[in-house]
Design a protein around this ligand. Structure first.
Ligand code: KIV
Length: 254
């Protein structure tokens, strides 16, 4: 798609029903993101989610996805210690979930692991810029690589990830000009989130773009629905109908 100049549309999903909706809507890639830790489990960060949880979410998504590529995040703690652990985690995801590829965060420090996972026959997507699993190192979810040193390191890391065998790289929350430069410098596609229009594709967290998570309004987010209002409105009506005795009526009874 990159070679053909076609943009890649990626979105997250964490369960069967929404995966089916995303798949039927024509997305190219469904990401079973470790953002499940936030939007499904209610944690403040992506740090607590486990490999078992990710495999469970991925299994349900795979059942709902008939045509899209299903990409599964390796969670924090399942690959950082060494490349043996990383390879074992990637193999578990592939064997137990039926997903098609894995994603992990980081640059040169995870290159050896990526190379071993790719050599084992597992497609890997990288993730640079804001890497939420390292939130306690960064301290904030602000824009990354605004300064020259960090931008240079990110450009080097993108080349290292390509060399290690990644089939694509997520670029999260970096200046649009840097994302443009990186996207032009590598042959594999970049998928941006908060990284401007020059990436080869875009990804959003489903709960954010559908307006379920209505308190989260970063500048990069486009909200396509206000599901929070629509769902609470519908459920309030149901509660009122039950309380008034209007539901169920004769036609809704046996
Ligand atoms: O977990 C996730 O949803 C992600 C996206 C933000 C790219 O990694």
């Amino acid at each position: 798609m990159k070679e053909a100049g076609e943009k890649i549309a990626m979105i997250t999903a964490y369960d069967f029903s929404f995966a089916r909706l995303m798949d039927e809507s024509g997305v190219d890639v469904i990401l079973v993101g470790d953002s499940a830790s936030n939007v499904m489990a209610g944690h403040e960060t992506t740090v607590p989610i486990t490999l078992d949880h990710m495999i469970y979410h991925a299994q349900t998504v795979v059942r709902g996805a008939k045509r899209s590529l299903v990409l599964v995040d390796l969670p924090f703690g399942s690959y950082q210690s060494n490349s043996d652990v990383a390879l074992a985690s990637a193999i578990r995801v592939m064997k137990e979930s039926g997903g098609h590829a894995i994603k992990l965060e980081g640059g040169r420090e995870v290159a050896e692991s990526i190379s071993r996972i790719v050599h084992a026959g597992i497609p890997v997507m990288g993730h640079l810029g804001l890497t939420p699993q390292s939130i306690y190192k960064f301290g904030t979810y602000g824009v990354r690589a605004k300064e020259k040193d960090e931008a240079e390191k990110l450009k080097e890391d993108a080349l290292i990830l390509q060399e290690a065998g990644c089939f694509g790289i997520v670029l999260e929350k970096i200046p649009a000009s840097l994302a443009k430069e990186v996207s032009a410098s590598i042959a594999i596609p970049t998928i941006g989130i908060g990284a401007g229009p020059h990436c080869d594709g875009q990804v959003l967290v489903m709960h954010d773009m559908l307006g379920i998570n209505h308190e989260f309004k970063p500048r990069f987010l486009r909200t396509y629905l206000n599901l929070h209002e629509q769902i609470t409105g519908a459920v309030q009506q149901y509660v009122a109908d039950v309380r008034s005795g209007d539901f169920p009526n004769e036609r809704e009874s046996y």
